[in-house]
Design a protein around this ligand. Structure first.
Ligand SMILES: [Cu+2]
Length: 508
């Protein structure tokens, strides 16, 4: 039986869809009782497990540096009770601690690799020297230690660290090599935002997983999983299934990280309640933006405020949009021939149940957050164009026609120079495009104004099929003519299959 055929949650529509997929020759499967009981993408069923909150690790200040000690090792986790799966964790059996640092300080991270395989740790969203970036060139061999150091230049926000192993990022992140980073700064401290970690300021690492028939974690490696990315039928938040959080205050701040390998989510609140977006990948927006739904692709983050002042329980829910435009559907595909993938979830499923324990008065939402510089594309002195493609005819995953090659540097970018990067998608599937060493602004999408979340700083941006997204960016320091940074699709199976390229930042 095809590995992909294991799994699925099972409302009638999913079954109907599955029948369609099976007809297309992909899968056909019996459902075990265990799967149905543990199905996570179901709208019903009570939340049962207290949300795990990653340990907060503030490091230790030694000789002017904030020093973190991180140990990557093999671990174990019960994704379903009683069934142990091998995992990877950082200072923990699975996932790792939230690292807290402040803008303007120097940090040093001692990373010990206790695995039998090589690993890397990339500081996602940070502007730093290429040697400290943690991309595929900073391989940490088994038993070795890597100790990068850099100044924290980032604005206060939620960042994250995760594996970026060459051709092995997907399986390592999936096994657990990923965790949050909080950057704090004075500008944000001056605002009266909820900021008590684990109490009213909560990281949510949202990840889907596939389990095999015995309940063990499974990383599907068939053609379907490679093309579409690995998408599971079970949802975990900070590693917790069916998570519930007991909130204590009137205003709750959720820092959502889409840490999934490939799945996109449209988040919303139950009952149609609005949420206030206060921050994107790279920091606070200029002002809170009220929205009813929020789309995040893998690698993207958003911070939202949820009003609990009425004391009523509610849920963060999501649907999972079809980001494949009918690919693999077998009905001719194309923009007009949408056929749904069997892992798509167009009915809302619960991400997190929130239970307020009292109705303490709501803190006042600031009307202004952080001033941002005017977005001025005329600053740009040149435009670079990047075309993402999936090589359906056998060409492989590519950017500008080339697949990732560790020995090829495709772009040499002068430091300090404003540029427009134009990202075009020639494939039939949406891709989240991530640029290392940058926080950029989104100018427009096919000429149209971007949505609220994209009015702030971003390091990862969705590019829909047939879409062209223009970004304004500048690399302010850290030149190195030899050691490259990456730009790539953050669907990890696409990255591993070569939808990635390399650039260096050079003296101008
Ligand atoms: Cu992709």
């Amino acid at each position: 039986m095809d590995q992909w055929s294991i799994a699925s949650s099972l409302n009638r529509r999913a079954l109907l869809r599955r029948a369609g997929t099976a007809a297309a020759g992909l899968v056909a499967l019996p459902l075990s009782a265990c799967e149905a009981q543990n199905s996570l993408f179901s709208a019903d069923g009570a939340g049962a497990n207290p949300l795990a909150i990653p340990e907060l690790n503030q490091g230790i200040v030694e000789q002017g540096e904030r020093v973190f000690r991180l140990s990557i090792s093999a671990g174990q986790k019960e994704f379903v009770p009683g069934v142990v799966s091998p995992t990877i964790g950082i200072n923990a059996p699975y996932l790792g601690p939230t690292l807290e640092m402040r803008r303007g300080e120097r940090v040093r991270l001692h990373v010990d690799n206790g695995l039998d395989d090589g690993a890397t740790v990339h500081w996602h969203g940070f502007e730093l020297p290429a040697a400290a970036d943690g991309g595929p060139h900073q391989l940490i061999r088994p038993g070795a230690r890597w100790s990068p150091s850099f100044e924290v230049r980032q604005r206060a926000s939620l960042y994250w660290y995760h594996s970026h192993l060459h051709r092995g990022t997907g399986p390592q992140v999936y096994a657990g090599l990923a965790a949050p980073i909080y950057v704090r700064d004075d500008e944000e401290d001056a605002l009266d935002l909820p900021s008590e970690y684990g109490v009213d300021d909560i990281p949510l690492i949202v990840q889907d997983r596939v389990l095999d028939n015995s309940g063990k974690l499974l990383y599907p490696q068939n053609m379907h999983a490679q093309m579409m990315g690995v998408r599971g039928d079970r949802l975990y938040v900070n590693g917790t299934q069916n998570a519930v959080f007991d909130a204590r205050t009137g205003l709750l701040r959720l820092r959502i990280l889409n840490g999934s390998n490939a799945r996109f989510y449209d988040f919303s609140l139950s009952g149609g309640q609005t949420m206030q977006i206060i921050a994107s990948d790279g920091g606070l927006l200029e002002r809170p933006r009220a929205v009813r739904s929020l789309r995040l692709a893998p690698g993207e983050r958003a911070q939202i405020l949820v009003d609990l002042s009425e004391g009523r329980p509610l849920s963060l829910v999501a649907t999972s949009p079809d980001n494949s435009m009918g690919m693999m559907g077998g009905d001719g595909g194309g923009m007009m021939g949408r056929r749904r993938d069997d892992t798509e979830m167009d009915e809302p499923f619960r991400v997190l149940d929130i239970r307020p324990s009292d109705s303490s008065p709501q803190r006042k939402l600031p009307s202004q957050l952080a001033p941002l510089p005017a977005l001025d594309p005329s600053l740009a002195v040149r435009t670079r164009r990047f075309v993402l493609d999936m090589g359906m005819m056998g060409g492989g995953m590519s950017i500008n026609g080339a697949s990732m090659d560790m020995n090829v540097i495709s772009e040499r970018v002068p430091v300090g120079q404003w540029e427009i990067w134009e990202i075009a998608n020639a494939s039939m599937m949406a891709h989240p495009f991530h640029i290392h060493n940058a926080q950029f602004r989104v100018i427009d999408r096919n000429g149209r104004t971007p949505p609220p979340l994209e009015t702030g700083y971003k390091d990862t941006v969705i590019v829909d099929p047939r879409e062209q997204v223009r970004l304004l960016l500048r690399f302010e320091e850290h030149t190195d003519p030899d050691l490259p940074y990456m730009y790539h699709c953050h669907i990890l199976e696409h990255e591993d299959a070569g939808m990635m390229g390399q650039f260096v930042v050079v003296d101008s």
